[in-house]
Design a protein around this ligand. Structure first.
Ligand SMILES: [Zn+2]
Ligand SMILES: [Zn+2]
Ligand SMILES: [Zn+2]
Length: 321
């Protein structure tokens, strides 16, 4: 058994012990240990895929070219930072190993936010953190051709139970929202998250209520009672994170989430053509001067209604002369 694999297993086991202690003071260490273990496990999976490679080459985050002394270049590690969940996800892709990229992104977010997220009501929140990592752990063991139960020992049934309890709780929360008549299809599909601790365990008190604006919400992980607006705003931001990134990176475009001036929330979704909180629709407009269709951002906060950004600028210039 390699040292790396051993460390991975021990770290996961320590995290599970911290979770079992059900002590608020050990919540942060539970998530830290558990996630450190998962990351080590991911590194071990890479090592096993290319057993002849040097470990530090595999897990370095950045590389730079240096002259190799004979007219060419070698690539060497740039700095000491090693890969996080997101970069390791990309490396898995490059290696042709399947892994749940979205789950990895979530783990990275949770890990970077540990101090902030796991201080209030840790039992439920830590369970959720373990449940979120569960599919990744299973995939990693599969890639290595190992059985998790054999290596993780007593920690494995605890993880299974944590996952089952969490799913049951999540289902009951989602059921409480199932009759709501949502304005946004994105929210209807992805559900709500807590604006304070980002848990998915948000439920409404009156399970028969169908009106979005009338919901009384409570977070089962941290105890917060968020407003409907805050919950929808956070949930949209989380659900559309990937789309925002793709638009910005691939096309330099803004959206799909915009500020709604009617209700003053960041809850306008362009492809839904409406605000997820108040339902306001900005519609489509062509510029009165040049006939081009006006970008949504200009419709929302343009100085002159009916004019595109360019014509608006020309108009102002003309007025100053
Ligand atoms: Zn919460
Ligand atoms: Zn609105
Ligand atoms: Zn125009």
């Amino acid at each position: 058994m390699s040292k790396l694999f051993e460390n991975a297993v021990v770290s996961i086991q320590l995290g599970v012990e911290d979770y079992q202690a059900n002590d608020p003071r050990r919540a942060i260490s539970a998530v830290r240990n558990f996630y450190a273990g998962v990351l080590l496990l991911a590194k071990e999976t890479l090592v096993r895929a290319v057993p002849n490679a040097d470990l530090s080459d595999l897990i370095g985050a950045k590389y730079k070219p240096v002259p190799d002394g004979s007219g060419g270049v070698d690539f060497v590690q740039d700095g000491n930072s090693t890969i996080d969940f997101v970069t390791i996800g990309r490396r898995f892709k490059d290696f042709g190993l399947s892994i749940d990229q979205k789950a990895l992104e979530e783990l990275n977010r949770i890990r970077n936010d540990v101090e902030h997220l796991y201080t209030q009501k840790p039992g439920e929140a830590v369970r959720e953190a373990i449940a979120n990592a569960f599919p990744v752990v299973v995939q990693l063991f599969e890639h290595m051709g190992e059985a998790p139960g054999v290596h993780l020992g007593d920690a494995w049934p605890v993880m299974l139970e944590a996952k089952a309890l969490y799913e049951k709780e999540l289902k009951s929360c989602r059921d409480s929202l199932s009759h709501v008549d949502w304005i946004s299809g994105t929210i209807a599909k992805d559900g709500l998250i807590c604006p304070v601790c980002e848990s998915k365990l948000v439920r409404q008190l009156d399970t028969d209520n169908t009106q979005q604006s009338n919901m009384d919400l409570v977070c089962r992980a941290c105890g917060e009672e968020p407003t409907v607006e805050a919950a929808i705003e956070s949930s949209l931001t989380e659900a559309l994170r990937g789309e925002v990134y793709v638009r910005l990176k691939d096309a330099g475009e803004d959206g799909p989430q915009y500020h709604c001036r009617e209700c003053d929330n960041e809850t306008y979704v362009d492809f839904e053509g409406a605000c997820a909180v108040c339902g306001h629709e900005y519609g489509e407009e062509d510029c009165d001067r040049c006939g081009a269709s006006i970008p949504l951002q200009d419709i929302i906060d343009g100085e002159h209604s009916g004019l595109c950004g360019y014509c608006s600028y020309q108009y102002d210039k003309l007025m100053r002369e």
